[in-house]
Design a protein around this ligand. Structure first.
Ligand SMILES: [Zn+2]
Ligand SMILES: [Zn+2]
Length: 288
């Protein structure tokens, strides 16, 4: 009863056809698959779809969904950026008019953009290790705590925003801001300020009554841990925040990457259920 809902076929920075993701999901023994290419943003960005590409993507995905309708659930979603109103004032209008208007099946709601680069463009925290280092220095004058606290404050706003989107949502890679904190080079997750920032974000997510994903992409990166970290996931369980498992696959072969590890982790934390997507809402399924 497992589904994989955070996948990037070759319409944004991913690769492979939607059909190849379906084949890979079936071969991995998954019960359903969803595609979530990076939704367009109202400013130049190299890894999101253009509006034209987005329309092609939705048409293609709906076609694949239709072909499999009788035998295998294929869901059509996007990974949708939370864009703070101070950063991109017209983002909400743009997303509602251009993206959510096409009646998607679901959305992975993610935070990538915090602050601006020297050219004034929104700056993604996960672009590269070099880019993150420059962001800490150029925008935050070396004060990584302020960057991280800004990130989690935006995560609180994301929660309130996401619940009103009108489609089932799941919060993507909750602690993505740790991606380049390999070996704790920037901060300690045990620091009280870090724990408090995370806690406020978790309470906002709980308050919005939306799930998060256990994103296994971190296991395939230098950080070597899922998003979010185990202690955060434990706190999610205590707060009653439901979860999905997401591979954040950028190629069909990764559609179920790390799923067994994620399930083992969830069971060890006492999670009994994960979510699977149905028409218009999440349902629960056993982790066993
Ligand atoms: Zn993402
Ligand atoms: Zn993604």
């Amino acid at each position: 009863m497992r589904g994989s809902y955070h996948n990037h076929p070759g319409y944004c920075d991913g690769s492979g056809t939607i059909e190849e993701f379906v084949t890979a999901a079936r071969e991995a023994g998954l019960a359903a698959v969803g595609v979530s290419s990076h939704a367009p943003v109202p400013f130049p960005c190299s890894w999101t779809m253009t509006l034209e590409r987005f329309r092609e993507y939705v048409a293609d995905a709906r076609g694949v969904q239709e072909r499999w309708r009788a035998s295998y659930p294929v869901w059509v979603g996007v990974e949708l950026d939370y864009l703070d109103v101070e950063l991109v004032p017209a983002a909400d209008v743009f997303q509602r008019a251009q993206i959510l208007s096409v009646q998607l099946d679901y959305a992975v709601v993610s935070l990538h953009f915090v602050g601006r680069d020297p050219e004034g463009r929104p700056w993604a925290v996960d672009e590269s290790a070099e880019s993150f280092a420059r962001q800490v220095d150029a925008v935050y004058r070396g004060d990584v705590q302020r960057l991280v606290e800004d990130y989690y404050r935006l995560m609180e706003y994301l929660a309130a925003w996401a619940r009103g989107l009108g489609v089932p949502v799941v919060v993507g890679h909750l602690d993505k801001v740790k991606q380049w904190n390999v070996g704790g080079r920037y901060f300690s997750e045990a620091a009280p300020w870090y724990r408090e920032a995370v806690e406020r974000a978790l309470r906002a997510i709980r308050g919005a009554d939306i799930p998060i994903e256990v994103n296994t992409a971190g296991l395939r990166r230098p950080i070597g841990a899922p998003f979010p970290s185990e202690w955060i996931l434990r706190r999610c369980w205590e707060l009653g925040i439901p979860v999905t498992i997401g591979a954040d696959a950028h190629q069909p072969a990764d559609v179920a990457a790390g799923f067994e590890e994620a399930l083992k982790l969830l069971r060890s934390i006492s999670y009994q259920e994960i979510l699977v997507l149905g028409q218009g809402r999440w349902h629960t399924a056993s982790v066993w």
